[in-house]
Design a binder for this molecule. Structure first.
Ligand SMILES: Nc1ncnc2c1ncn2[C@@H]1O[C@H](COP(=O)(O)OP(=O)(O)OP(=O)(O)O)[C@@H](O)[C@H]1O
Ligand SMILES: [Mg+2]
Length: 1015
């Protein structure tokens, strides 16, 4: 693609590899040399360094006397920046002889990689101020100072990025000036000859989600092995798993007699003649492990090469002697020490003919190899192929029809090949793996097996099925030993893109040229955005122009159209590309961009501002526009709460509270904070339970704000919330006081009276003051008869009208007025259903299940199951737990006490975790009955005693008569008849004093049973 990066790119953040190179002994030189000679020498040295750096793809930023500072990764990043720097370093570290009459010079080199801000200063090439800002250049400079002459010292990050491409010696932990902790340093020794997959990627992970591709490859191999040459072109984006797939094929093929040959193209050698072939021969001939073999090694190398190829070439090549081809190859391989002229015919032939002969000879070698045993020839990364190798590839594809060989070519999407459509050629496009496989992959990365499910899902979502992304994100998360931050906390910085991916992602963006800047702006909008939104932010450019650039981003596989190209909606192809683009923005740029986006959304896209206030809120936050941000978070929370998306609502409110902390202290800020707390409270109660510590915490923080700036409705709300905390925890004395305070406030202002009397009534009921309870329930219901409940106040506490009806049923049952009680309960359930308010419905269903009707609990298992499902569906966790408990109680009555105890035990544990202690005596009594059914009488008795003690402590005495009766029956069963009789008399007395006719009768029956039993 002919897009060069813009000439004067704006300042940006990016991952950069920095190299410092310093001349050794320059002071001594200056003493020895005439200043003019010294100047010439230094100039020659600088030219040499510049040439090496630029050939490796780097750029010299600055000369500092005899020091040189070079960047790799600017102005355009490549995935191999770190590798290029180390290669250049190794080349420079070999002694430099700059003139015939001068001494060879030595240099010291330091290399480091990290995130820097790089700016316009770069343009001048040489500037006084350091053009990049960050720790990285300092680190490189310190490493350089630490290096011995001829040594390349490399920072840990750089070494990690270059994996096993080089041999390194551990230089240990070194204290460095300006760095708080000692820094690990590595000494680069030399380059290794290896496949890039082996050097840079992991091969220990299982192959996932590639059954179809493997089957296709196996088919082709079978055909090939039978003598019909086949080609498979495996293409796909970086990291999608091309090499892994081919590796799996090679493993399979090796199980049979077959030859596997791998050729690796290299991004550093796109114009070195026959690089993949020569590299391979070098490896085989062991002409040297490093890139620069010495003279003696060369001679040995040629001999080995001859031995290796001689016979094959002799048999294969036409009239030209084998030596000719060997000589040519050796020449190309830079092996000096060539035998005398007579040994090589090559030099007498013209260049074009030489080349043809060489390609013919090499093609024949392939043929020969295949004739010996079926051949799997893998050409890796053909997008980096040099032109001569490409010619050879064309030749082989042309001829191989009858050869028993499979040629597998891997490449990224950009490779063009004329022979793609030939009949013996198939293409396999490697696609992202599915979410399930992605999860499995996360779990297989070391450390990934212990990550919480939410974190795993986050990684899967962000990596879009690209195995490399999955792997690197997982490693980054495991290394950070902390889950990724919440989407709101402005954690979206470069650090969130694993450093191993930064350069390659940025390279994909840099390659596109001018549209890159548009991509960076779009990244601030989000993963998905519309052309309209983008042009509202980039006002100075014509939408058609933007559309054109977006199309180029699509063509470059950086973005995808959402729905259809004409829909005007686009998305970043990968979340990580968006992150990389966003991460390259300076913080100041981000702020102003988000400000523009927020203004555009509010001004031009009211439907977004209204429908997704959290989006506007997030932009305001990132723009540091604190007050509007707070208002939008509040709006977003309210919207989420209305849809009962409690977790989201809580997140939005909490974010609003956090942001409000940035506002200057004022009553206005207090009012905002109060609104947020009063909204967060009910949501927290909805999620964690009324009695939970978190719920209380929110209201504790709200209390001073209510007193400072609250109005009546907020005071009522706070009082009711505190009431609910106490009531839920069965702190009934405090609850009663709160209910009375609420009633006083309500009466004084003539508002919320139905709720006020209801709260009093339900507290009395819990305390077994049934007379008071009935009176207050009646008053509450009278209020609602006169004026129906305002549904907007129902919220998280549920409809008080429903509560008053359903809870009154319990009181009526106690009085023995079963029919009235049943009617009240039925009316409560029906009213809740009419309101279509899930929480009120759940409340009514659960109350109906748990209220002891005459004769015991409602035994309808189907109803309990329905209630559980309903609560689960509406994510009403605490009600679901109660419904589960009721289900357990019914299972016990139906004759499976053991199963029932499991169910009820789990429910009680959950209830306890929410600090919810209301109904505890009832729960314990139910558990005790189940144990009694099992014949575990001691355990049952223990629980009854616990229940009575709890009731005495909390004042929740409504279950006392039943508990005493149960205790009496248990005592009787274990033969303690006298105590039993006493206990039953107690039950009778308590029931009488509570006015509970139902319990009174049951106690009398129990006493009669006891009397009938002979001692
Ligand atoms: N199907 C898969 N199951 C499990 N792991 C995989 C799978 N595919 C790839 N991987 C892992 O993901 C990483 C990237 O894969 P690989 O190197 O094969 O990608 P690639 O397409 O060859 O990339 P490039 O274009 O950069 O060469 C490797 O570490 C590999 O082990
Ligand atoms: Mg690969």
């Amino acid at each position: 693609m002919p897009n060069s990066p813009p000439a004067t790119p704006p300042a940006e953040r990016r991952a950069l590899t920095v190299m410092f190179c310093d001349l050794v002994g320059s002071t001594a030189l200056s003493a020895r040399l005439d200043p003019e000679d010294l100047r010439d020498l230094l100039a020659a040295y600088q030219r040499h360094v510049t040439a090496v750096v630029e050939a490796a793809g780097g750029r010299v930023a600055r000369y500092e006397g005899d020091g040189v500072l070079a960047y790799f990764g600017y102005p355009a990043a490549s995935e191999d920046d770190a590798e290029s720097a180390v290669r250049a370093g190794l080349e420079l570290a070999a002694r430099i002889r700059l003139g015939a009459d001068t001494e060879p010079l030595s240099v010291r080199i330091g290399i480091a990689t990290g995130v820097v801000v790089v700016g316009e200063l770069m343009r001048s090439g040489v500037a006084d101020n350091p053009p990049v800002v960050g720790e990285t250049p300092n680190l490189a400079a310190r490493l350089q100072a630490l290096a011995a002459p001829g040594m390349v010292l490399v920072a840990d990050a750089t070494r990690r990025l270059t994996g096993r491409l080089f041999d390194y010696r551990d230089g240990g932990l070194r204290p460095l000036e300006g760095f708080a902790d000692p820094v690990r340093v590595w000494c680069a020794v030399g380059a290794r000859v290896t496949s890039r997959f082996r050097a840079l990627r992991s091969h220990a992970l299982p192959l996932l989600g590639r059954d179809a591709a493997m089957a296709a490859l196996a088919d082709r191999w079978a055909l090939a092995a039978r003598g019909s040459g086949q080609v498979v072109l495996v293409s796909g984006e970086p990291g999608i798993g091309k090499s892994r797939l081919v590796q799996a094929l090679a493993e399979r093929v090796r199980q049979r007699p077959a030859t596997v040959v791998r050729l690796q193209c290299s991004p550093h050698h796109e114009s070195s003649v026959l690089h993949p072939i020569l590299e391979r021969l070098r490896g085989t001939a062991r002409a040297g492990r490093t890139d620069g073999p010495g003279d003696a090694a060369g001679a040995v190398g040629v001999r080995r090469l001859k031995r290796l190829l001689g016979r094959r070439v002799a048999a294969a090549a036409d009239g030209v002697a084998a030596d000719g081809a060997v000589g040519l190859l050796a020449e190309l391989m830079g092996l000096t020490g060539l035998p005398a002229a007579g040994d090589a015919q090559g030099p007498r032939l013209d260049a074009q003919r030489k080349r043809e002969l060489l390609l013919e000879a090499l093609a024949s070698i392939v043929d020969r190899l295949a004739q010996v045993r079926p051949l799997l020839l893998v050409l890796e990364d053909a997008h980096w192929i040099d032109p001569t190798s490409l010619q050879l590839l064309d030749l082989v594809v042309e001829r191989m029809g009858g050869w028993p060989m499979l040629l597998v070519v891997t490449c990224r999407p950009e490779l063009q090949a004329d022979w793609r459509s030939r009949p013996h050629v198939v293409s396999i496009k490697v696609e992202p793996i599915g979410a399930d496989d992605a999860e499995t992959l996360v779990r297989h990365v070391p450390g990934g097996e212990n990550l919480p499910a939410t974190v795993v899902r986050g990684i899967v979502a962000r990596s879009d099925g690209v195995p490399l992304f999955i792997e690197e994100l997982t490693k980054a998360v495991v290394d950070a030993a902390a889950p990724p931050k919440s989407p709101h906390s402005d954690g979206r910085n470069v650090a969130n893109v694993p450093s191993s991916l930064q350069a390659s992602l940025l390279a994909r963006l840099d390659r596109i040229g001018r549209p890159r800047d548009l991509a960076r702006i779009a990244a601030a909008l989000g993963r998905q955005f519309t052309l309209d939104q983008l042009s509202a932010v980039v006002e100075d450019r014509h939408p058609e122009e933007l559309r054109g650039e977006l199309q180029r981003l699509i063509d470059a596989d950086l973005m995808v159209p959402v729905a259809s190209p004409s829909s005007g909606t686009y998305a970043f192809r990968h979340a990580l590309i968006q992150d990389a683009a966003y991460g390259s923005l300076l913080r100041s740029e981000r702020r102003s961009l988000h400000g523009r986006i927020a203004a555009a959304l509010e001004g031009r896209f009211p439907e977004i501002a209204a429908g997704q206030p959290e989006i506007v809120a997030a932009h305001c936050t990132k723009a540091e526009l604190w007050e509007p941000a707070v208002r939008h978070w509040l709006g977003a929370g309210n919207r989420a709460a209305r849809g009962w998306a409690l977790a989201e609502a809580a997140e939005h409110y909490t974010e609003g509270i956090r942001i409000a902390g940035n506002l200057p202290a004022s009553p206005e800020r207090q009012r905002l904070e109060l609104d947020l707390h009063m909204a967060l409270g009910p949501v927290t109660m909805g999620m964690r339970g009324y009695a939970a510590e978190e719920s209380l915490e929110v209201y504790r923080r709200a209390e001073p704000l209510v007193h400072a700036v609250g109005d009546v409705s907020q005071r009522l709300m706070l009082t009711m919330a505190l009431y609910n905390v106490h009531y839920g925890r069965a702190e009934l004395t405090e609850a009663l006081a709160a209910a009375e305070a609420y009633r006083d406030l309500a009466e004084r202002h003539g508002t919320n009276l139905g709720r006020a009397y209801g709260l009093l009534a339900q507290t009395h009921a819990a305390m077994a003051a049934f007379g008071d309870a009935e009176r207050e329930f009646q008053r509450s219901l009278d209020v609602f008869t006169r004026a129906p409940e305002d549904l907007s106040t129902v919220g998280v506490f549920g409809s008080q009208h429903v509560i008053s009806l359903a809870f009154r049923a319990g009181v009526l049952f106690a009085f023995g007025r079963a029919e009235e009680g049943q009617a009240s309960m039925t009316e409560g359930v029906a009213l809740a259903r009419r309101m279509e308010h899930p929480l009120s419905i759940a409340l009514a269903l659960v109350t109906e299940l748990l209220t002891p009707i005459p004769g015991g609990l409602n035994p309808d298992l189907a109803r309990a199951e329905e209630a559980v499902r309903f609560c689960a569906h509406h994510r009403l966790g605490n009600f679901e737990t109660w419904a589960e408990f009721a289900r357990g109680a019914i299972v016990a009555r139906r004759g499976d006490p053991r199963e029932a105890l499991k169910i009820m035990g789990a429910a009680v544990e959950k209830v306890e975790a929410m600090s919810s202690r209301l109904f505890r005596p009832v729960h314990l009594a139910t558990l005790a009955s189940a144990y009694a059914r099992l014949g575990e009488l001691d355990q049952a008795l223990l629980l009854v005693d616990q229940a009575l003690a709890t009731a005495a402590r909390t004042g929740e005495r409504r279950a006392d008569p039943a508990l005493r009766r149960l205790r009496g029956e248990l005592l009787l069963a274990i033969g303690r008849r006298d105590e039993a009789e006493h206990e039953l008399q107690q039950a009778l007395a308590v029931a009488r004093s509570q006015g509970s006719k139902a319990e009174h009768m049951k106690a009398e029956e129990a006493i009669a049973r006891l009397a009938r039993r002979q001692p």
